[in-house]
Ligand binder design. Structure first.
Ligand code: ZN
Length: 195
């Protein structure tokens, strides 16, 4: 498992609901936490490790010792949004790239935890922003889709660099082609619906 970078097609994938939480899913989530901490992130969505599943993890402290701050959101849904706030965002799939994004400041989210228990939580400020950013990933939406036109212009050369780098990795065979990646995501979705 590894964190994929823009413009990997998994980042544009609209993910499927999780149907079953089993030992292999727990292992997957454990690995996602390890990757997130290693990359100094505070949130990571399944799309970012090329899994077409509606789940993400969060630890707003970014500290692997702070187990109480670890959250797993499975099949999450935002049920309420309040206020509006501008804040800087980055993404482990777009390293070193930052921009201001306007989002609701307070949200209520419903989800299932790793024990399959439903829960509801209302959060504001940073964790609310992380949740909205990660939930966007599950719909194939990136924070760069939500930035101002002027920020978009400013970031365009950097995004072009990401694009060139990714296409080079594909040309050298270090990364599968878009067609292969999409076929793999589709195969995973098929095995999910059959399982
Ligand atoms: Zn992200």
């Amino acid at each position: 498992m590894e964190i994929v970078q823009y413009p990997h097609p998994a980042l544009r994938w609209k993910s499927s609901d999780v149907k079953r939480i089993d030992a292999s899913m727990r292992k997957t989530i454990e690995e996602m936490f390890e990757l997130m901490y290693a990359a100094k992130g505070i949130g990571l969505a399944a799309n970012q490790v090329a899994l077409p599943l509606r789940l993400f993890i969060m630890n707003e402290t970014g500290d692997s010792q702070e187990k109480d701050a670890e959250f797993v959101f499975i099949n999450p849904e935002i049920t309420s949004r309040k206020g509006s706030a501008l804040g800087e965002e980055g993404c482990l799939s777009l390293p070193e790239l930052y921009a201001e994004v306007r989002r609701p400041n307070e949200i209520t989210v419903e989800a299932f935890d790793l024990d399959g228990q439903g829960f509801e939580i209302t959060l504001d400020d940073l964790p609310a922003r992380v949740i909205q950013h990660e939930l966007d990933h599950l719909d194939g939406v990136l924070f760069i889709d939500r930035i101002s036109e002027s920020a978009e212009k400013e970031l365009a050369p950097k995004l072009a660099d990401f694009e060139i780098r990714f296409r080079n990795l594909q040309s050298s065979g270090d990364v599968p082609t878009d067609e292969e990646i999409v076929a793999n995501l589709e195969a995973q979705v098929t095995s999910l619906t059959q399982g």
